[in-house]
Design a binder for this molecule. Structure first.
Ligand SMILES: [Fe+2]
Length: 301
């Protein structure tokens, strides 16, 4: 039987990484709203609550990564707000580019996230190597973003080099766009998906692909690799309808489903992604075989 001491030792062997995504800071202002816009205030209040929650419960994380769409319209003020809030965390917060982010303000706010002209990095850890990828397809003559994802030759070359370098290590890919359709109907495209998959499957030991963009929590497989998506951590979520229902409403439908963030635990054997719903998470007490509200328990009721 596992003793309490052994159990604690095993927990501490796990390496913890946090994932947040699709904040869309500024979404309440997009339709001409003002700074005091109720929706915007809510999104920012939630982000502060999210940061406080991560700091309280997961201060032992190695790092947090935001998987893109930090800003809804790529404005500098949103990035300044983001940086100010995450500076309170006891661990670093890395960033990826999303299709709503604007290159100019993003690259000014996060110059250290750029390598070779793209928002990409290889982060080594004892649990494996994280390849943080820039999956935003660029339009001709511009660096602002398109909803579709994709890789160009330069990014595929960078990826090929990293996979070769880390061929003996467990590799975890982190990117904004999922590289494949995630639902039952025709989804948005991903330029170069075939070459990307061939590269991932042909070289190295890619164990899992973590994505944002979809605004829904999901886990599955793509080829032989694990694949997951997350809720938006503070903003709107995508409704998952039956096939055909989206055409009635244009493309996507959104809702105010509860927000969550990801807690990833790795130990060389397990890849465990927990979804944490940080709002309305009232801790319960346990006394005399009854689970009840903690304040009542504390008062001995
Ligand atoms: Fe998004």
């Amino acid at each position: 039987m596992t003793s309490v001491k052994d159990f604690r030792a095993r927990i501490f062997m796990l390496r913890k990484f946090l994932q947040i995504t699709d904040l869309h800071l500024g979404v309440g202002l997009a339709a001409g709203g003002k700074a005091g816009d109720l929706r915007e205030r809510e999104v920012r209040r939630r982000f502060r609550a999210l940061v406080a929650h991560m700091g309280r419960w997961h201060a032992d994380a190695v790092f947090c990564v935001c998987l893109g769409d930090i800003a809804h319209r790529g404005d500098a003020e949103a990035y300044a707000f983001f940086k100010r809030e995450v500076s309170r965390l006891p661990f670093p917060c890395r960033v990826l580019l999303g299709n709503h982010d604007g290159w100019e303000a993003f690259s000014e706010a996060f110059p250290d996230s750029i390598e070779g002209g793209f928002v990409q990095a290889a982060v080594e850890d004892e649990a494996g190597v994280f390849l943080l990828l820039d999956s935003v397809a660029r339009g001709e003559g511009e660096l602002l973003t398109h909803i579709e994802g994709g890789f160009c030759e330069a990014r595929l070359l960078w990826l090929r080099e990293k996979l070769a370098k880390y061929a003996g290590r467990d590799v975890f890919v982190v990117m904004h766009h999922p590289p494949c359709s995630l639902d039952a109907w025709e989804s948005e495209g991903f330029d170069g998906a075939g070459a990307f998959r061939a590269l991932l499957e042909g070289q190295g030991r890619v164990r899992y692909i973590f994505c944002g963009h979809y605004h829904r929590p999901l886990s599955g497989m793509w080829g032989g690799m694990g694949l997951s998506c997350l809720h938006s951590s503070v903003s709107h979520q995508t409704i998952l309808p039956s096939a055909g229902q989206n055409e009635e409403a244009g493309r996507y439908r959104y809702c105010d489903e509860a927000r969550s963030y990801g807690v990833l635990w790795l130990d060389g054997e397990r890849v465990l992604l927990h979804h944490v719903f940080y709002e309305g998470m009232e801790e319960l007490g346990y006394a005399e075989g009854v689970i009840r509200r903690r304040e009542n328990t504390a008062q001995g009721e």
